[in-house]
Design a binder for this molecule. Structure first.
Ligand code: UDP
Length: 483
C-alpha cells in the first residue's frame, strides 16, 4: 500500500470569517452532488514546497465537505529523486537530458509505486512529474485521472518532454497554474487553468500578534529592532538565493544595520537542496547579519508566519517559478514584496498592487531600498495586494474550481450539461491566461482568428496578444464563437 499522509481536521464554516459567507455557501453547493466520491491526491513529499502546503490544507476541507479524500505519497531512493529533480528542471527548460540509466531508474521506481496503489478511487489527481507514469503502469481502472502540473512547462527540454509525453496520453484532464505553461503538442484533450491559493486559516497564515511574532523571531536569533529583509523558499537555484545575497549587499551599503534572513525548507523530493544550502552558507559565512534557517533547525509554519509579518520587505527573486505561493502569503500579512518577473508572480503583483517586479540584482536592490525608505507607501501597496489575494488567491476559490472539474468529470447533475470546451470549467467564461472566472458584462473581450476570448485585466489581454499561440495550446479545442 502507498503511504497515506496524516492530516488534521478542519471545518469549512471556519472560513466564513476570512473568505466570506458566499464562497463557503458556494463550496457547499458544489460539493453536495459529490458527497462520498473517493478522491486521491498523489505526490512525492509531505512537506517542503507549495504542493504539500496546499494538500495539507485541502484534504481536511474536502473531507469536511463530504468527499472521501486521501493524500498518498510515492516513495523512492535518492537516485529516483535525483532523476525526478532533473526531470523537473528539464520540464522548466534546463539543457540537461536524461540518460538511459536515469530513465530506467524512473520507470523501475514508478512501476514499484504503481503496484502499491491498491485502493479503488473515483478520481486520482497526480501532482507533477514524479508520479506521472503511474497511470500507464498501474492501468486506468474505473477512475478518472487528472495530471496537476505546478511548474512552467511552456518550453521544456525536448528530450525530457519526449520521454514523459507518452505517459500522459491516458489522462482524462490536466490542470495548469497558468495558460502559458502548457507544453507544445500536449496530448491530453481537456486542459483547465487553475492557479493555486493560500489557506488563510493555517498556522502559517493566521493572525499573529506583533508581540508574539517578535518573540518568535527573537528566540531564533533575529534582532527585531533592526531592519529585516527575508526570502522564504526551497534552496533551489531557480529561486536565486545567491542573487538575493548580492542584492542585500547592495542595500546594506546604504542601510548598514540591515539583516537578511534566508528561510528554506528541505523537501524529501529535492536532493539538490543541500548543494544549494552549502553554496549559500559559504556566501554568507563572513556576514553575521545574514541568518540562514531551515525546517531542520526548527523553523516551521509559525516562524515563517512571523518572518512574513515582521520583515520590512520580503524578496522572492525567482528566475523561473510555478506560482510562488510565498508572494500571496506575504501580501496576506500586509508586507510588501520585491519579486522576480517569473511564473505566477506577475499575476499576484498586478495593477501596482503588492510591490515590485524585478529582472536583475540591481533592480531588486533598488526597489528594496526604496521600500525600506518609504514604509508607508510599502504598507499601502501591500494592502492593495491583500485585497487581490482575498478576491483571487484564497483556498476557497481553488477548491471551488477543483470541485467544478471533479463534478464535470464524474458527470454529477449540477455540471454534467457543460459544453465540451477544452478550457473553461463547466463551460463558464474564463480568462485563458490566468484561469479566473469572468463576468461577461465587464470582461475585456477580443476576437482572434474568428474566436472570442475574454480577459480579467489589460495585463492578461496583453500577455495573450503578445504570444497567442502559447495560450491556444490550452484552448485549441474550444468551440468557435457562435458554435
Ligand atoms: N516554505 C516553508 N518553509 C520554508 C520554505 C518554504 O514553509 O522554509 C513554504 C512556503 O511558505 C510556501 C511553500 O513552501 O508555502 C513554497 O511554495 P512556492 O509556491 O512559493 O514554491 P515551490 O516550493 O512550490 O516552488
Amino acid at each position: 500500500m502507498l503511504e497515506t499522509v496524516d492530516v488534521g481536521v478542519q471545518c469549512i464554516d471556519c472560513y466564513e470569517a476570512s473568505a466570506g459567507a458566499a464562497p463557503v455557501a458556494q463550496l457547499r453547493a458544489l460539493a453536495a452532488p459529490l458527497r462520498g466520491a473517493r478522491v486521491l491526491h498523489l505526490n512525492a513529499t509531505p512537506y517542503g514546497g507549495g504542493v504539500a502546503e496546499i494538500l495539507r490544507s485541502e484534504i481536511p476541507l474536502l473531507r469536511d465537505l463530504g468527499l472521501a479524500a486521501d493524500w498518498k505519497l510515492i516513495t523512492g531512493d535518492e537516485a529516483f529523486f535525483s532523476v525526478t529533480k532533473a526531470m523537473h528542471n528539464g520540464l522548466q527548460g534546463a539543457g540537461r537530458e536524461l540518460t538511459a540509466a536515469e530513465q530506467e531508474t524512473y520507470l523501475a521506481n514508478a512501476t514499484r509505486n504503481a503496484r502499491l496503489l491498491e485502493e479503488q478511487y473515483d478520481l486520482i489527481i497526480v501532482h507533477d512529474p514524479q508520479p506521472l507514469a503511474l497511470l500507464e503502469l498501474h492501468g486506468k481502472g474505473a477512475a478518472q485521472w487528472i495530471w496537476r502540473c505546478h511548474i512552467d512547462t511552456s518550453e521544456p527540454n525536448p528530450q525530457v518532454w519526449g520521454f514523459l509525453r507518452p505517459y500522459l496520453v491516458g489522462y482524462d484532464a490536466a490542470v495548469f497554474t497558468l495558460g502559458g505553461f502548457v507544453p507544445p503538442d500536449f496530448p491530453v484533450g481537456r486542459v483547465e487553468i487553475i492557479p493555486p491559493a493560500i489557506d488563510p486559516e493555517s498556522p502559517k497564515n493566521i493572525e499573529l500578534g506583533a508581540g508574539l511574532a517578535r518573540r518568535v523571531l527573537q528566540w531564533i536569533g533575529v534582532e527585531v529592532d533592526k531592519p529585516l529583509v527575508t526570502q522564504v523558499s526551497r534552496f533551489d537555484p531557480w529561486k536565486d538565493p545567491l542573487g538575493v545575497i548580492a542584492a542585500y549587499r547592495l542595500v546594506k551599503a546604504e542601510v548598514p544595520d540591515l539583516q537578511l534572513a534566508l528561510v528554506g525548507s528541505m523537501a524529501l523530493d529535492d536532493p539538490e537542496g543541500w548543494d544549494v544550502y552549502r553554496q549559500i552558507r559559504d556566501a554568507a559565512r563572513l556576514d553575521p547579519s545574514i541568518h540562514l534557517f531551515t525546517n531542520l533547525t526548527g523553523v516551521g509554519n509559525v516562524e515563517v508566519n512571523a518572518f512574513q509579518r515582521l520583515s520590512d520587505v520580503v524578496i522572492q527573486k525567482s528566475l523561473r517559478e510555478g506560482f510562488g505561493l510565498v508572494v500571496s502569503e506575504t501580501l496576506w500579512k500586509g508586507t510588501p514584496v520585491v519579486a522576480g518577473r517569473a511564473g505566477g508572480i506577475p499575476l499576484q503583483l498586478q495593477g501596482a498592487a503588492g510591490g515590485f517586479l524585478v529582472d536583475s540584482v540591481e533592480a531588486c536592490a533598488e526597489r528594496t531600498l526604496w521600500l525600506l525608505r518609504h514604509p508607508d507607501h510599502g504598507r499601502a501597496l501591500a494592502e492593495r495586494g491583500r485585497d487581490l489575494v482575498r478576491e483571487r488567491f484564497l483556498l476557497t476559490r481553488l477548491i471551488a474550481d477543483e470541485l467544478r472539474l471533479y463534478g464535470s468529470l464524474l458527470g454529477t447533475p449540477s455540471v454534467a450539461a457543460a459544453p465540451a470546451a477544452k478550457v473553461g470549467l463547466a463551460g463558464e467564461l474564463r480568462d485563458p491566461v490566468c484561469g479566473m472566472q469572468l463576468d461577461p458584462s465587464t470582461a475585456l473581450a477580443i476576437e482572434h482568428q474568428g474566436r472570442r476570448y475574454a480577459f480579467c485585466s489589460e495585463a492578461c489581454r496583453q500577455q495573450f496578444t503578445g504570444a497567442p499561440e502559447r495560450f491556444l495550446r490550452a484552448v485549441a479545442a474550444a468551440p468557435r464563437s457562435g458554435e
